[in-house]
Design a protein around this ligand. Sequence first.
Ligand code: 26M
Length: 824
Amino acid sequence: TWKKFVPKPFETKEEFQKIFINHVETTLARSLYNCDDAAAFEATALSARDKLISSWNKTQQKHSIRDPKRVYYLSLEFLMGRALDNALLNTETKGISEEGINDFGFRMEDVLDQEPDAALGNGGLGRLAACFMDSLTSTNQPGWGYGLRYQYGIFKQKIVDGYQVEQPDYWLTFNNPWEIPRKEISVDIMFYGYVRKYTDEVTGKQCKTWEGGDLIKAVAYDFPVPGYGTKNTNNLRLWSSVPTSEFDFQKFNDGDYESSVSEQQKAETITAVLYPNDNFYSGKELRLKQQYFWVTASLHDILRRFKKSKRPWKEFPDQVAIQLNDTHPTIAIVELQRILVDLEHLSWDEAWDIVTKTFGYTNHTVLPEALEKWPVDLFGNLLPRHLEIIYDINLFFLQKVEKLFPNDREMLSRVSVIEESNPRQVRMAYLAIIGSHKVNGVAELHSKLIQTSIFKDFVKIYGPDKFTNVTNGITPRRWLNQANPLLSKLISEKLGGYGFLTDLDKLTGLKKYAHDKEFQARWIEIKNANKRRLADLIKSQTGIEVNNEALFDIQVKRIHEYKRQQLNILGVVHRYLTLKAMSKEERSKQVPRVVIIGGKSAPGYYMAKVIIKLVTSVGAVVNNDEEIGDLLKVIFIEDYNVSKAEIITPASDISQHISTAGTEASGTSNMKFVLNGGLILGTVDGANVEITREIGEDNIFLFGHLAEDVEDLRHKHRYSQFEASPNLAKVFEVIESGMFGHPGIFTNLINSIRNDGDHYLVNDDFQSYLDAQDLIDKEFVDKDGWASKSINSVAGMGFFSSDRAILEYADSIWNIEALPVEES
Ligand code: 26M
């Protein structure tokens, strides 16, 4: 009966067509005869939007009246991808709207293809935030997302001459039907300025105030977030920077009108562009401006909403939970303390109690190069009062540590928020821990690692209860139903409906079909259809035809040395050499492979760019070797993004998640691939560990050293001669012989392994990797056996729904409850 509560933008095909035509003729001021795919997209999106907004309104109204505790998810990245297909599927209106536009001569596929990705994120962290928004709504949680409305999303990647070239992603060229500008909701935000001391006339207390800085205005844009099978629609509020309305009258009067205007225009640069680094910190002032701008606008909004309730301040943490997606929003801790002390005149301790009860901090990485640290001078110049408050937070914290660990000066310097380096730096992760009531990692292994390595002193100080784990998840709506409609339909037939999309544990019901021959055949046919869909994409992008019978072996994710795409491609070279050395007879018995690699390198990440060049160079040789033919193809997919992931993910036989053990916090594409019936080749790292536990170790190909061995191996490398694994030595030899172009291009990459300590243990894991690949070749021949592994794996994936993750956060960190909006 829940079905009758599902909001529908339109109930029938005819109703849809009426709304659609109305939008074409009035909103777009066109006629149906002058309506191309782009206009059809816009009109379809606007039709879906109309009713979404009415359920959005109802949800917000209900929240206003009932005033439940809400969670605010602060993320500098929301990698949403496209919205139309998701909106139609979530409101179960894809069928009728498709029929509706077919009548007008459009194909749904082409119409959906018109939408640019909302690519306001780099990779895992940003896509996690997007999945969490979907799950917050689908589980009826009162929760909002807050972020920035970048005008340029993650750059578009072109491959030119085998190298990555970046192009700007201006995604707002055409009207964006999903955003609702709220020009009336704006916040003035200050930068620079100075701190003034004064005595409060009433209380006689010494107070401080921050003033005299530059003002910039934040304007809100709202993005409705539909849920699946619910009338709830949540809100994602993204801020955009605009000049403040006050003119710089001094300059204006001096006749310097133009420079006054150009000063104002600089305001707009704050939200112009997403920083394209993934797992790498760079201390640019503009980045800190973005952080403060976003955090302050969001807090202002949250406080305004709280103040409407007229509750006393001490009830703030009963009404508000704020989750920090990594350290990027950490200044929110300082800003809230500043507001409560400087502006609301609470005592320091009262304020600090409220602050620490409000915030939770999620860590997403242990890589030292990714940890945020701001030079004290840069920080104090931009945010002078905040730096003072940080000093005070640190002072009181260190006094507490001193009491717990008397005379341990080493401890004090290790945990101080201020790193006494040259220049001195603010350690944002430590500030985030001190200002939060819970700190979580994103997979069991990762959460254990942060507690025993980078944050171990803090576990001693606060005790273990402050630290916890919430394993990541993915939304089955986008990553199963939308990306793989065929598989979703087959599963629904066996499980009696689509209930698994909101209760993913139901997938266990597939176990009993794992050895059912007829079911296996349909399962395999769907995988083949999805492989053909990817083959079409490859053909259209690269001109290369790949063999559908081949094993599709896929690694798509940001390019990073720790993710070890270099291990993958060096393994491919080994495979090529092995095939070349075979007799024709022997070769004919080999399993053909299509190796597919995709991902963006940060624009300034030299080694990652060399890795891309090696992949494309190996492809150029292997793909044109007639002797090898279909036995091996090496494809680099240009401009990997969310929309392409939706086509790529369902098409893997094997996908690779092969980070050096202990370096990948969780990984989430591993979950997407397995949920779509692909098997995994992986290291014992991140969520691979839990995936193994859930699906069974017979269904995953694990290799390589364990996290606990890594430190010792790195230590050994420093003091002993490099000994190449024999197969790797041969691979280096042919690269250096010029087989894949001028060897000088690859010298630094090879040296990083051979002469520079092999930090990512490529050599140590090489043979183990090749052995795992051999095993895969052997097992792939047994089609039924492979299918039953695949079915059993999918059956075990219930745990990795982002609904489960959100419910864990709601229960154990946010203390919030679902509030469904029923039919009124
Ligand atoms: C920092 C400073 C300046 C500019 C950019 C950054 C920055 C941006 C993104 C740093 C890290 C960023 O993302 C880290 C990330 O994506 N981590 C991934 O998070 C996923 C979700 O939890 C995990 O699954 C991945 O394992 C983890 O690498």
